[in-house]
Design a protein around this ligand. Sequence first.
Ligand SMILES: *Cc1c(COP(=O)(O)O)cnc(C)c1O
Length: 356
Amino acid sequence: MDTPELEVHLNKIAHNAKFIKNLCDNNQIDVCIVTKGFCARMPIVKTIVNSGINFLADSRIQNIIKVKNQIPDIRYMLIRIPKISEAKDVIQYADISLQSQLEIIKVYSDIAVAKGKIHEIILMVDVGDLREGVMPENVLDTVEGILKMEGIRLIGVGTNVGCYGGVMPTVENSEALVKIKKDIEEYFDIELKYISGGSTCTTKLLLKGRLPKEINNLRIGEAVILGEDSTDGIFIDGLYQDAFILNAEVVELMTKPSVPIGEVGYDAFGCKPVFLDKGMRKRAILSIGRQDVRIEALTPLIKGAEILGASSDHLLLDITDCTEKIAPGSIVSFRCAYSAVLTLTTSPYVYKKYVE
Ligand SMILES: *Cc1c(COP(=O)(O)O)cnc(C)c1O
């Protein structure tokens, strides 16, 4: 086995994708599955598409271009508010983009007109998380500006929560978005197709039957790949949580003191480590580090093991309390949460193994 290895269980991702698609279909929600969390790796994208999904979303135009070149008839939404410098690619490859800044939308309109195209956008509205989106009081002015642009078709409003400010989706902020959509429709006498209500963290309202019925698009990544809503730290019933397993290899196994010897300064990542004196401990060094993975998002699958920390290339595991036999060369497996999958799929040093 080449290590470190990220083992991806495609059958579990297929199950999760079908589950989320069914849930959304039953609630008249046109869901798009978000591929940014795994770098739009093609075997995973194909698994999701083969599960009956033809609407995807990503934050990176490079990922959208890559997938569109291989599966041209897929619909793709760009979900990071776009740069001026990528406008040509976005208009050519993305079917819809999320937008917020009038000056940028104007550039998109001009380029679309020059290409003889009309680009569809969803206007992002900030309902409190303070990442992207116009403030509610500025929505009508912004829409007025957008409606003057010939290369743009405004097809909806959207919001993002649970990311920067950690603001949770609620019935109140979802209803606020519904009201904004109705205000726009009345004021300008137009119809908007979509209210794009959020991401995985919004599914909890849906599961409880509390999401306003007017919300008819969600952009879901984490629930499909990990069966988890990390904003609440909950595993979603009926979904697999272990589609991504990391296998790393032991390169040193020794008993050492639990407190370093000598004066302690800052570590390689600008933090001052604190140590608890537990006496002599049995420690394994694994051949993987922070250059490959966000270690805080790993959970060891062997009982009693505890991650002590890591540097760029070495992960330290306390295995004193493990009953399992570990030796130099042993493989230790971990469950990966969102930011581990994000970093592991990005790292060129990590081997990927796809299991059907
Ligand atoms: C990442 C992202 C999503 C998907 O979030 P998940 O938590 O993975 O479901 C949805 N919308 C936007 C704007 C995003 O940036």
